[in-house]
Design a protein around this ligand. Sequence first.
Ligand SMILES: [Zn+2]
Length: 151
Amino acid sequence: MAEEVYDYNVKCKTCRTTFTVQLFDSHEKNLFVVDKKDWFCDQCKKDYFKAETDKRLNEQKSIGFSELTGTDKSVSWGTKIREELINKVNYLKQSLSFDLDEEKELSDKAFEAFFSEWHQQTTAKWWIDNRRMNVRDISNRVAEIKKEIQP
Ligand SMILES: [Zn+2]
């Protein structure tokens, strides 16, 4: 069965520029998609991702992290991963409960030291390489630090 390719003119939702897209379904379906979907031109897409990255970066800066180094694409991805990993740490931290104030204090210190280690990681590559780190990995490292700093 021969597949037909159609070019369609769509309008960018942000800047209202008209641009062409290729769609591969039946003409009828394509017209529906052209009409219903929100389209964004390449430049607006790029601007959108940059704005998202800047927003994440500002949040991360407010808790001691710095800008990542790397290509635009890897910085954008690395910053997103970093946000997800920070969320995992905070999730872990909030899930803990302590009987004694001293225990909580030690735990807080360990988390602080843990974040200090992460503050040193400023290449996008490191975050991308470590993107599969899970709550258990984080918990293990925090436990190690706890042992190291225990009085
Ligand atoms: Zn646009």
